[in-house]
Structures are given as C-alpha cells and as structure tokens.
Design a protein around this ligand. Structure first.
Ligand code: SF4
Ligand code: MG
Length: 327
C-alpha cells in the first residue's frame, strides 16, 4: 500500500444551498521516498487539499473522502488526539511565508526545541544537541549563535531554512511543501529547492511539492498532478508530461514557462482566471479559457480518464503534436 492514499477527496465550503467545492473528488497516491508535484494556478485547490489531509480544515469547511490513509492508518477515523501526534511528526508541512509560521516572540532555538519536546520528549540537553544538528543540516551558518535570535532577525531564506529544520525535526515520512520558495529571491529559491531535495533523498522522505510554477517541479518531481478549479485534470510521470502534455491546461502552463514561450508573456495562451464560487461554467470547467473548446465541451463535463500511464480530464486529449486528437 502507498504511504499516502487519497481517494475521492472533496472539500466543501459554504452552506448546503450554495456549497462551493474547493476540492472536487481528487485521488492520488504517494509512495515512500517519492516526490509528487501538485501544480496549478492560485485558486485551483492545491493548498486546500493538503490542509485537508493534515486535518487542518476548520469550520465552515467540510472534508469528505472515500479513503484517506497514511502509513496504513485511516486518517478519516483517527481521533483528534492521535492526529495531532501524527501531524508534525510523521507528516509535516512548510508554507510559503515562514514569517507567518514562526512565532515572533520566541527564539529560533526555543521553537525547534519545543517542536522536539512535543513530539519526542527527551532531555533538554538532547533536544539542544538535536536542534544544533538540525540547523547545521539545513545550512545555517554559526548555528550556536542563531539558536538565540528571534525570527525577525533572519532573512527570508534563513527563516525558510529554520522552518525546514522544524519540519524535519522528527524525521517525517512525508513532508508537504506548499509554495516553499515563492516568497524568496530567485537565487535563494534555487538554494531552498536544492536543500529540500537533498534532505528528501538523504532521509528517503516522501515530498509533496505544491506550486504554481511548473518549472519548479520539472526536475524535482517523479510524478505530477495538474489541478484546475479543485479538480485533477492531468496526472502522470513528470518526464512524460513535459514531453507531451495531454491536457490543454497543462499545455498552457508549459507554454507560459520562459524556456518554452520564446519571449511571450505568462499564460498568454490562456486568458482569464480560475473560476470561483459564482462563475463556474457548465460543461468542462476550462471551456471559457480553452482554445480547443467545442459546443460539446460547453455542455458536458469530461471524465478523468486513464490513457496509458496517464490520467486526463478532457474530451479530446492532445496528441504528440500538441493538438486535440479528434482533429
Ligand atoms: Fe478544452 Fe474541451 Fe478539453 Fe475542456 S474538454 S479542456 S474545453 S478541449
Ligand atoms: Mg496556495
């Protein structure tokens, strides 16, 4: 069985008369040591689906799934207390903005030591030693003196390193990184990505990399899920998807990358934004933005279908030439 099993996960917000599906029946698995990229524009449900897995969706959100399991434990049936034990220890998460996740009132060392205390216990001395080791591991220079600083005294890149140290403190089996480099400078972005992948390999940890930036997962991820408006529209191996995307939305994301777009501006091939609660179209959710949309697309929503080793949610998946297969 996979390390993480997500089967038909949905997250609804709003009341029963006007529910909004932020995540709409998504399914995927993550194996031990695997890197899964979850890609999509903002509003596509990438973050919400991960928060749901972590049990972090509060009122008025409602989570449902046919199955949701981690390391053979049923997350849906799990008691709050058990879940709290699991989250932060065996599954942990880092977010885009480290400053909102670090507590400004405590020193860096204290916060990591507290995380260790909650999940692992042990003596103060052991926790201190482990914290030093972690800061070294994430490449923080002069870790001994950095133990004593407050978050605001660190740069964005250094804060993200502290967040990563905290997230891996208890050697999680799965780390979920939600836009881990979006708030950082380009050069720092690359360093943080390298660090994450190095740690992932060293610890044989599974990594879910959530991003709007397809380029970020191009080399890092084994498999990719592309999400649009709360749904999975394409799933497959990273190599295959980059070679020949089968979904028009994936193709548009790829074409917006600098190395593919030959100087064109971002998402030029796909005007508009992800539909929200009040503007969900009938038929295929992409149809108002899709260059290949037909009358059939405007009426009937396509199913997510298996195509070889790929899953694609489109009536006319793209062929190797990048055009709809009915043409
Ligand atoms: Fe475009 Fe139609 Fe495919 Fe939707 S089903 S992605 S509108 S071609
Ligand atoms: Mg997000």
């Amino acid at each position: 069985m996979a390390l993480l099993e997500v089967n038909q996960l949905s997250v609804h917000f709003g009341d029963d008369t006007t529910p909004f599906k932020a995540v709409d029946r998504i399914s995927y698995q993550v194996e031990q040591g695997e890197v899964l990229g979850i890609v999509g524009e903002s509003g596509s449900g990438k973050s919400v689906s991960s928060l749901a897995i972590m049990g972090l969706i509060g009122h008025p959100g409602r989570v449902s799934a046919e199955a949701l399991s981690f390391d053979n434990a049923d997350l849906l049936a799990m008691k709050e207390k058990e879940k709290r034990k699991l989250v932060g220890a065996e599954v942990s998460m880092i977010f885009q903005d480290p400053m909102t996740s670090l507590n400004p009132c405590y020193t860096v060392g204290y916060q990591i030591m507290e995380a260790l205390k909650v999940h692992q216990g042990g003596s103060h001395k052991a926790r201190y030693a482990r914290t030093l080791e972690l800061l070294k591991l994430v490449g923080i220079p002069d870790p001994k003196s950095r133990m004593e600083v407050y978050p605001h005294q660190l740069s964005g890149g250094m804060s993200q390193r502290v967040m990563i140290a905290m997230a891996i403190a208890c050697k999680p089996k799965l780390l979920i990184a939600d836009e881990p480099t979006t708030a950082l400078d380009v050069t720092i972005q690359a360093q943080i990505m390298d660090l994450l992948l190095e740690l992932q390999q060293k610890e044989n940890m599974a990594l879910i990399l959530i991003t709007h930036d397809l380029a970020l997962v191009a080399e890092a991820a084994h498999r990719i899920i592309v999400m649009y408006a709360g749904q999975v529209v394409e799933e497959g191996s990273a190599v295959e998807i980059f070679k020949a995307p089968k979904h028009p939305y994936t193709q548009a994301l790829l074409r917006s990358l600098p190395e593919f777009s030959e100087g064109k501006s971002r998402l030029e091939s796909l005007p508009g934004v992800v539909p929200g609660k009040y503007d969900r179209p009938q038929g295929c959710l992409l149809n108002p933005r899709c260059p290949y949309a037909t009358e059939h697309c405007r009426q009937v929503e396509p199913e997510l279908r298996q195509l070889g080793a790929r899953q694609v949610k489109c009536h006319t998946p793209l062929n190797a030439e990048g055009v709809p297969s009915h043409v």
